[in-house]
Design a protein around this ligand. Structure first.
Ligand SMILES: *Cc1c(COP(=O)(O)O)cnc(C)c1O
Length: 385
């Protein structure tokens, strides 16, 4: 039986044609027509005026924070339940993540918990900054993560951001093409960051992008991520970064963008079929689908309740023996070795859920037959264990 991978890229003639064009034109590096068009197309999809493409989603988050002036002595509010890259991008600026729990209904950051913490644990400094009373660290930004491509509770979060005057940098790594109350997501945050890593819905091989509307800020992001060069004569005005996406990556991304709506449809179908198959099984629950927002359904899978007869590791191993790739999901940041010292709010829900999640094959070329094989395999393993 064929091997069914978890989430792999979906390449076609269109990507090959674009890559060949780069070779023919000799535009393979960080300047080129594909970079420019990729930036404006992703920004438009995001509902923003400007986009700056990067080598990875981590770099996009890092540049967004860095160019908002965030650095040592600052805290950035982040859900602990995220891929470690969100926290790493904060650390790269010199700041620290302040870790919050997630809501059960969406697996996105618990805005009530933030509201309470800001009220009870923070004060305004003489200079006007919002700071954590205990340490004097500045609360410099909020980074909601659009888990599985589902936006956070942005109505409530934006009210908080306005009340306290702290910017929002959205980790929308897996949320390309999603709508929130019928609108694109770019207006929900000061800056919105995407990833085009190999396992995302569309990929550039690797890549990222910062999207936003503030022209001066977006120009700064472009400048700082392109070595902060002022003139062609090796003149630079600050410590810059060499983070820009290459034309080769953008060539792949441009072709992928043309296929995005098809991919999103497939992701929706995959998610719906798993949900239908697993919602009636004892001790198994499905991923959340908040009714008030859309999702790109980046990953699909199931949650094993504590009463289930086997644990996620055993299920993944058993599927592996049947030539099906399945994996646990993110280990929360507060449980990761490099973040032992990060300030952390109570993580009741995160700690109850993260180790029970199993992600299942959800590549955009997954056939209905292969998905049925995955579903039957899961059912067989669960019923015989
Ligand atoms: C993929 C991902 C990232 C990092 O993107 P890279 O392109 O791999 O650097 C950050 N945050 C989340 C939530 C992700 O899923």
């Amino acid at each position: 039986m064929n091997y069914i991978p978890l989430a792999i890229p979906n390449m076609s003639e269109a990507e090959a044609t674009n890559l060949q064009k780069c070779i023919d034109d000799n535009f393979v590096s960080s300047v080129g027509q594909f970079v420019t068009s990729f930036e404006s197309e992703v920004a438009a999809l995001s509902g923003n005026q400007h986009g700056v493409a990067m080598g990875s989603g981590t770099q996009a988050l890092h540049m967004a924070l860095h160019c908002l002036g965030i650095g040592a002595g600052d805290l950035v509010i982040l859900p602990s339940f995220t891929f470690i890259a969100s926290a790493n991008a904060i650390s790269h600026t010199g700041a620290k993540p302040w870790l919050f729990d997630i809501e059960p209904t969406s697996w996105t950051i618990d805005v009530d918990q933030i509201s309470e913490a800001l009220e009870q644990k923070c004060r305004r400094s003489a200079g006007g900054n919002l700071e954590l009373i205990e340490t004097g660290e500045r609360v410099a930004a909020i980074m909601p993560v659009y888990t599985l491509g589902t936006p956070a509770n942005m109505d409530q979060l934006r009210r908080l951001s306005e009340t306290y005057n702290i910017p929002i940098v959205a980790d929308a790594a897996a949320a390309i093409g999603v709508a929130y109350r019928g609108q694109p997501i770019g207006a929900l945050a000061d800056l919105t960051c995407y990833s085009f890593n190999g396992n995302k819905t569309i990929t550039c091989g690797g890549g990222g992008l910062v999207s936003g509307d503030n022209v001066a800020l977006m120009e700064r992001i472009k400048h700082v991520s392109s070595t902060a060069r002022v003139t062609k004569n090796y003149d630079h005005d600050q410590v810059g970064y060499n983070y820009r996406m290459t034309n080769l990556q953008a060539a792949v991304g441009a072709a992928q963008l043309g296929r995005l709506q098809d991919f999103l449809k497939t992701k929706r179908r995959i998610r719906a079929r798993y949900d239908a198959a697993f919602s009636a099984i004892d001790n198994v629950s499905i991923f959340p689908s908040p009714e008030d927002r859309g999702s790109t359904n980046w990953f699909s899978g199931l949650v094993l309740e504590s009463a289930a007869s086997l644990n996620p590791g055993d299920l993944c191993e058993a599927l592996g023996r049947m030539n099906i790739e399945a994996r646990p999901f993110w280990k929360p940041v507060h449980l990761q070795q490099p973040y032992q010292d990060a300030p952390t709010e109570s993580q009741d829900y995160t700690e109850s859920i993260w180790h029970r999640i199993v992600t299942l094959p959800c590549s955009t070329d997954l056939t209905v037959e292969d998905q049925d094989r995955v579903i039957e395999a899961v059912k067989t393993i669960l019923s015989t264990s």
